[in-house]
Design a protein around this ligand. Structure first.
Ligand code: PGA
Length: 249
């Protein structure tokens, strides 16, 4: 039985006081039967880290450099994340791919580096609207998985969660139908079985992301291959994130 995993990606939102009040509400009013993560922007990591210390709420970052240190103006290294108590990092988010030009190769380098420093990874994949309309969704996602996981060992897969986020469903209010999402999730699971083993495929947590809300979490999570959610907009308020993070499959 896979343990459900709910992650909140705050994107570029909030100042320290806003972050603190959200985290306090989650801790005071939420329960943690599922695995639950929040990923605040870099500037809030220390504040949130202090607030979640000793609790079950996992601290994640939204991105990370391809390098450990040196001449990389504006970048944040995995060592800096570890120093702040960060436990996991979201890599390959579609906004990183589309706005900041991250390729599958860059994402692969980052995944290797994160794992080297014992950071868990939420590895994002997903097709654009044109790719879906051209009937290429499966092919694109399979390719992202293959290239993103290049030279990742079976043992390392224990620290990786895959998030399927169709780009056209992110922040648009459009959600993939539970059936369409489940189809792609099962394609991903089969690919992991081909690349590694049935056991690793069965254990892999695959989150769905793209306009997840309290009103659609039940039908999405009702699908056999959907094990959790990567949530943007609805993760910014306790009243919308708590019903998602507490959803009992
Ligand atoms: P959304 O974002 O829930 O606002 O669509 C999801 C994501 O980008 O992780």
């Amino acid at each position: 039985m896979r343990r459900s995993y709910m992650a909140g990606n705050w994107k570029m939102n909030y100042t320290r006081s806003e972050a603190l009040s959200l985290v306090k509400e989650l801790l005071e009013n939420g329960s943690f039967k599922n695995k639950v993560l929040v990923a605040p922007p870099f500037t809030l990591l220390e504040t949130v880290s202090n607030a979640v210390k000793g609790t079950e709420l996992i601290l994640g970052a939204q991105n990370m450099s391809t390098a450990e240190s040196g001449a990389h103006t504006g970048e944040i290294s995995p060592l800096m994340l570890k120093d702040l108590g960060v436990q996991a990092v979201i890599l390959g988010h579609s906004e990183r791919r589309s706005i900041y030009g991250e390729t599958n190769e860059i994402v692969n380098t980052k995944i290797h580096l994160a794992l080297k420093h014992s950071l868990e990874v939420i590895f994002c994949v997903g097709e654009t609207l044109e790719e879906r309309e051209a009937g290429a969704a499966e092919k694109i996602v399979r390719d992202q998985v293959l290239k993103g996981l290049k030279d990742i060992s079976e043992k390392q897969m224990e620290s990786i969660t895959i998030a399927y986020e169709p780009v056209w469903a992110i922040g648009t209010g459009k959600t993939a139908s539970p059936e369409d999402a489940d189809d792609i999730h099962s394609v991903i699971r089969k690919e992991i079985e081909e690349l590694y083993s049935k056991e690793t495929a069965d254990q892999l947590i695959i989150q769905y992301g793209g306009s997840v809300k309290p009103s659609n979490v039940k039908e999405l999570m009702g699908k056999a291959n959907i094990d959790g959610a990567l949530v943007g907009g609805a993760a910014l308020k306790a009243e919308t994130f708590i019903p998602i993070m507490e959803y009992n499959k």
